[in-house]
Each structure stands twice: as C-alpha cells, then as structure tokens.
Design a protein around this ligand. Sequence first.
Ligand SMILES: *[C@@H]1O[C@H](CO)[C@@H](O)[C@H](O)[C@H]1NC(C)=O
Length: 116
Amino acid sequence: MAFNSKSALFALLSAALAAAYTGTAVPDALGTTPCPVQCTPVTDYHVALPVTLFPNGENCCTEVNVQYNGVSIAVTFTDLYLAGANSENISLSHQAFAELAAPELGSITPVTWDFA
Ligand SMILES: *[C@@H]1O[C@H](CO)[C@@H](O)[C@H](O)[C@H]1NC(C)=O
C-alpha cells in the first residue's frame, strides 16, 4: 500500500518535472506581443512565453510558476515572446524579475518554469 502510493507520487512528480521548461529570463524584453485574449485582472507580475511553444496563445492568462536559485514566484502568462522563439527563454515583467534577482543583472539562468 505504502509502496503503491509512493510509486504513484513518483510518477506524478516525474510527469510534473518532465513538463517543466528551462531557459533564461530577462526583464521586460523587447519583442513581445500581447496574448490574443486580454487577461484580467491586470497584474504587474506577468510573463511572456516563447511564441513557438504557444503559437495560438494556448494557456494564455494562466498562472506560471517561475523558479530561480531556490526562489519561486507565480506570474500570469499575458504575452507571447516573439524574440524568444525556438527557446524556453522568458521575459518577466520588471516587478516579477525583481523578486528573483537584481534587475541590473539583465538576465538570469537557469530559470525553470511550469504551469501552476
Ligand atoms: C536564450 O537564452 C540564451 C542565453 O542563456 C541565449 O544564448 C539564446 O540566444 C536565447 N534564445 C533566444 C531565442 O532568445
């Protein structure tokens, strides 16, 4: 019984880990465009995700967990990152980036991100 539930938990964790993305995060990058839908409520904590992963704005307005250096933040997926095409790089809002690192750094890596 205990073994089975542990296996189930492990399978779940593996699935969750496999679904996570890893890339570089930059604050307020150029080359983003808003999601096809307007996300409400408007928040200062948002992220632009690579357009090639969500070409039709799939998952727009959902919450994304972003982790860097042991710190995790939740941000809203509001924009598509055109300049991040074919990568797993992300562009965080200035406020969100500041939660993870000093804005002067300009970019941080590796950043892992996944849907909450
Ligand atoms: C993704 O970030 C890396 C730096 O870690 C950079 O070398 C690469 O050019 C970036 N890719 C895109 C498409 O922006």
